[in-house]
Write a protein that binds this ligand. Structure first.
Ligand SMILES: [Zn+2]
Length: 315
């Protein structure tokens, strides 16, 4: 017997996350959130932060930065603070410590909703399942560059957008010993609307919910501190550099050297009481009844049919 790569991938994919196959993977990026259908948005992916290897071999710990990705430098995390303290206390030439910190510091992940058109569609329906594609900065940046370029159309447009060819070279075949990726936009725009499953918008909503739940499940500062100090990792236990830093202040530079924005205290959004008036239309042809993007529209039972109808109506 041998390692069944295809099966292993299928198994991993069952968790809803796409695992790259060696060579070309053609993915079509769908809108990141339902909001996309209601108004102009300025993001192409949802984002979250993870700490790996705390303790060694354990599943990743969600970094509190996940709770406020836009202002993440204002969010306190004992693991991030400890990593920073270890890094600044270490010699710049101390490669081992630098690598240790790199491996343990928060890694930002970007979550795309995709269909993988290089894979076979469902035999019966001929549709592709919507899966989560979680990538790091390099792949994200390559996609973002295309998304922001005036030379390309809206990448989230299921009728007029275009896919991306992500070529994966496994560890065993690179000079560096690390996996390598290249990202190329497909040469021509195309419609994938016919390939989308019936529940594609629900899948987008579900993935949004997944990130929300991840953020909601973040451990408290004290809990994370305890996870860290009981990790069995010497650097994270007592005796290591322990200049725990206070929350960063407005005006400082963040780790990437960017000037940080104004410290924003998360605004308490008052609980919106859903308007009780009109009951949402039961028929899918209520498009235009509520103002697009309005609270009523977003909560309407027929919203998904409406979105599909709207897309269908486009050239
Ligand atoms: Zn953190």
């Amino acid at each position: 017997m041998a390692f069944n790569k295809k099966k292993a991938r299928e198994e991993a994919n069952r968790g809803g996350f796409y695992q790259f196959a060696e060579g070309e993977n053609v993915v079509r990026i769908l809108p990141p959130s339902r909001e996309y259908f209601d108004k102009d948005i300025t993001y192409i992916a949802l984002t979250y932060f993870l700490h790996y290897g705390i303790p060694e071999g354990a599943p990743p710990v969600t970094c509190p930065k996940t709770t406020d990705p836009k202002n993440h430098w204002n969010v306190r995390c004992p693991i991030c603070e400890k990593c920073k303290a270890i890094k600044s206390a270490a010699d710049k030439d101390d490669k081992e410590t630098q690598q240790f910190v790199y491996d343990r510091k928060a890694k930002q992940r970007y979550l795309f909703n995709v269909i993988v058109t290089s894979d076979k569609p469902d035999e019966e329906t001929k549709k592709h399942k919507v899966v989560k594609l979680s990538v790091g900065w390099k792949i994200y940046k390559a996609i973002l560059d295309v998304a922001q370029s005036d030379k390309y159309e809206d990448i989230g447009d299921v009728k007029k957008g275009r896919g991306f060819i992500i070529n994966m070279t496994p560890e065993s075949k690179t000079k560096t010993g690390f996996r390598d990726y290249s990202v190329t936009p497909e040469p021509n725009p195309s419609s994938v609307y016919e390939l989308l499953p019936k529940d594609w918008i629900e899948a987008i909503e579900a993935n949004e919910k997944w990130v929300e739940e991840l953020a909601a499940g973040v451990l408290s500062f004290e809990e994370l501190k305890s996870v860290m100090e009981n990790s069995g990792i010497p650097q994270f236990m007592d005796g290591g550099p322990s200049r725990v830093q206070p929350a960063k202040q407005y005006g400082e530079l963040d780790e990437e050297g960017n000037t940080k924005g104004e410290k924003s205290t998360p605004e308490e959004t008052p609980e919106e009481t859903p308007a009780k008036e009109e009951t949402p239309a039961s028929k899918p042809d209520c498009y235009g009844k509520y103002e697009r993007g309005s609270e009523k529209c977003a909560k309407c039972e027929s919203r998904i049919d409406c979105i599909n109808k709207f897309i269908e109506s486009q050239e």
